[in-house]
Design a binder for this molecule. Structure first.
Ligand SMILES: Cc1ncc(C[n+]2csc(CCOP(=O)(O)OP(=O)(O)O)c2C)c(N)n1
Ligand SMILES: [Mg+2]
Length: 328
């Protein structure tokens, strides 16, 4: 059973969920520090405060399901099972990275675990996800779905609506997941849309939609699990709005002039990792148990960072690259 009450009794599962949320948080913190040290280039969008959306959603999918991520997608890729070491090497532009150091934060993908990629063009993952889901359907893969994440701001993109229309018309096993963190860059949702109930975005297409507290990881897991079961059973797409908040800035620099310090402080206290720690304590774990998971996650991230920093950069010359790629 995947309802929150039954899940609370599964100690191994709770531990795995906590460890992954901590890994996501610490991965993001480490990336932020490396940026400040000038060791990572380009830009990045951190998901601090949104750990439950990535971990809860992706954990409810099966290994063969495919996930397409937003520009704020490190947590989603990590939850799908990509190696933390490879992801960190990718952030640092090293040959050992998930994309051999050429993708970085906004193109992080690991095909081996069906994490098909983070994308810098908002909403653009949705039509691509239609293609992925269509391939499952055409190949007769009955128990396989695709899930595509996009943000509240991105829900206004034409590509999202075109994809919803196609997914509904072609009855694709595609789960649309909107991470509603209340802002698109510095614009609050209520200034970007006429109706802030984003579940209605799926109504015109006849797609079943639901919403969930996106900072409650077990609720997210249950909601996505139920949507997945519906999609497999009915052969139709589904839509979930996950309400959350990013306590990190929009991208690597953010003056936070569009929101108050009190608002951020409130959401820090409501962050999914702290909330889940309370659930674990209620479920029989001790403070020391949680501390041990935290230490394990910290060690994994420290090890991955040291490993990645020691990895070589890709060959700089295109000719060298060509020789490497085409020699047999
Ligand atoms: C097609 C396109 N338009 C504009 C941008 C610039 N941009 C990057 S992130 C972003 C806001 C996205 O907001 P939302 O979908 O709510 O995701 P969040 O950043 O809140 O996770 C915008 C407008 C872009 N990357 N792609
Ligand atoms: Mg947003």
């Amino acid at each position: 059973m995947n309802d929150p009450a039954s899940l609370r009794k599964d100690r191994a599962f709770l531990e795995r969920v906590m460890e992954h949320m901590m890994l996501v948080r610490k991965f993001e913190d480490a990336v932020f520090a490396l940026f400040k040290e000038g060791k990572i280039h380009g830009t990045t969008h951190l998901c601090v405060g949104e750990e439950a959306t990535g971990v809860g959603s992706v954990f409810a999918l099966k290994p063969r399901d495919c996930v397409l991520s937003t520009h704020r997608g490190h947590g989603q890729v990590l939850a799908k099972g990509a190696s933390v070491k490879d992801m960190m090497a990718e952030m640092l532009g090293r040959e050992a990275g998930t994309n051999r150091g050429r993708g970085g934060s906004m193109h992080m993908a690991d095909i081996g675990v069906n994490a098909l990629g983070v994308g810098g063009v908002i909403g653009a993952g949705c039509p691509i996800a239609c293609g992925v889901a269509l391939s499952f359907k055409l190949r007769g893969e009955k128990d396989r779905v695709a899930a595509v994440f996009f943000g509240d701001g991105s829900s206004n993109e034409g590509a999202v609506h075109e994809a919803m229309n196609l997914a509904a018309a072609w009855r694709l096993p595609l789960l649309f997941i909107c991470t509603n963190n209340g802002y698109g860059m510095s614009t609050p949702l209520e200034r970007a849309v006429n109706d802030t109930d984003l579940t209605k975005r799926a109504y015109p297409y006849g797609i079943r939609s639901a919403e969930v507290d996106g900072n409650d990881v077990l609720a997210v897991y249950a909601a996505v699990g139920a949507a997945r079961a519906y999609m497999v059973e009915e052969g139709k797409p589904a839509f979930i709005v996950e309400h959350t908040y990013r306590t990190s800035g929009h991208s690597k620099s953010d003056g936070n002039r569009y929101r108050s310090a009190e608002e951020i402080a409130y959401w820090r206290s409501e962050n999914p990792v702290a909330r889940f720690a309370k659930v674990m304590l209620d479920s029989g774990f001790s403070e020391a148990d949680i501390e041990a998971i935290d230490e394990r996650a910290a060690a994994t991230i420290a090890e991955a960072t040291a490993y990645a920093e020691a990895c070589p950069y890709p060959a700089a010359s295109p000719r060298e690259l060509e020789a490497e790629t085409y020699s047999d």
